[in-house]
Structures are given as C-alpha cells and as structure tokens.
Design a binder for this molecule. Sequence first.
Ligand code: SAM
Length: 258
Amino acid sequence: MSITPAARSGRDHRPPLLAVLDAVDHAPGAAALRARSYELLGVAAGTRLLDVGCGGGLAVAEAAALGAVAAGVDRDEEMIAAARRRHPGQVFAVAEAAALPYEDGVWDAYRADKVLHELPEPGAALAEARRVLAPGGRAVLTGQDWDTCVLDAEDGALTRTIVHARADRVPSPRVARRFRGLLLDHGFGEVTVEVSTAVLTDARWLPLATGLAEAAVRAGAVSPEEAAAWTTDQTTRATTNRFFLAVPLFTASGTRGR
Ligand SMILES: C[S@@+](CC[C@H](N)C(=O)[O-])C[C@H]1O[C@@H](n2cnc3c(N)ncnc32)[C@H](O)[C@@H]1O
C-alpha cells in the first residue's frame, strides 16, 4: 500500500495513521525487522507474547502464526477495532502502556514497536513491562530517533530545521537512543542494541518528506514559503528518481531480571 493523496484526510491533511503504518509495514526491510524482533523475543510454540501499542495488529497475527499465544493492546479504540477486523480470532484490548490490565509475571515476551516516542514518560511503560513479564522474560523495543532523519535536499540547513521541528512535536523524540538505558534502569539484563536503516528512494515516500515540512510550518519553525520551496525540491527529486530518505531504526532487547 502506498501513501497516496487519496489516503489523506483530516483538518491538517496528515494521512490517517493506519494508512501510514500499512505503508511502513511494507517498506524495504520492515518484514525482516519484525522477524528479528520475534527472534530476539525467542518466540516459539506457546510463548506468551504481548504487543504494546499494537496498531493494526499485524505483529500479533505474525507471532500467533509462529505458535505464540499473543495479544495486542493499544490506547486507541479505533486501532483496536481495526486490529479485530483485520485479525479475527486474535486477542486485542484497549489499554495504556503504563497501566496494563494484567497480573504480575503473566507474559514471556513484551514488544513495543514505534511506540515509546509517543509517551511523555517512557520509563513508566518500562516499569509496567517489567511487572507483567515473568522472570527471565524478554522485552524488545523498536523505533526511530526523530532527530535522525536523513534527507537529500538543496538546502541542508533548512532540512535540519524541518527535521528537528517535526521531532519537537513528538513527546519523546530521542527515546530510541535511550532504549538501552531504559532497559537497564528498569531491571533488564543482557541488553543489546541493533540498528537497521530504512532507505527509501521510491517516489511513493514523498508524502513522508512533505509531511515533515507541513509539521514544521504548523510549529512555526519555517515559513510557508520556505516549506513550499523545500517541498518543490523534494517533489522534483521524487519525479527524477533522486529522492533519498534514510531512517535508522533501533531495536533493543533485554531479559527481565529475577
Ligand atoms: C506508530 S504506531 C505503531 C503501531 C504498531 N506497533 C506498528 O508497529 O505498526 C504507535 C501506536 O502506539 C499507540 N500508543 C501510543 N501511545 C500509547 C499508550 N500510552 N499506550 C498504548 N498504546 C499507545 C498508538 O495508538 C499507535 O497505535
């Protein structure tokens, strides 16, 4: 699925999140990155896996196909409704990452993919992850560092301003570089960090770039004229096969201490 203008809606013209997630799910390397998360979690027949901030529920369905007893939670009722529609038979619930509706120690694997940046206090979610995991259980956190979006553009300084202005609209934009520290701070051991960079050069990814400029205008960081010039440059790149957007995605894993 591509992010087409038809997928856009809403007052601020941002694409609906689910359409963006569907596109990202099929981006180069995305399936391999999800598979790596199941590997790091040791998913096997009977593994009790909780996917927090599950969105449309794809990871829950994939983990279940590997034999896991999986469930997904998300704070957004519409996401949970979509997940239930798309994956009937799987278990989904509306819940907050920092207040999970489960007893202590009932999960073997905890996964939060592109979620912690949305939390003003990611540490509260990590404390909850530790609580619901059984001793020896595994956690995997995946996400981008929002300051680190690499775009080719004529105006490098303006690009930096736009990327940072977009990052500043995210509650915890640099949480990915803190994944390791957060896991250690909340009683996880055997902590590892890997990085896999999504390199997007196809014109269908142009809306991701233009969305950054729109957000920077909304933040008052750049003028509409500056954003228009930058967008024109990006559009020209997209139509001449010179578009380049690279996003490093960090994956951290850890084992819950006893
Ligand atoms: C960028 S999406 C990622 C969805 C999914 N993990 C994926 O990889 O496609 C972030 C998701 O986290 C959910 N979310 C944000 N804050 C949350 C919170 N405090 N508790 C639970 N879910 C949350 C959002 O509703 C959204 O569905």
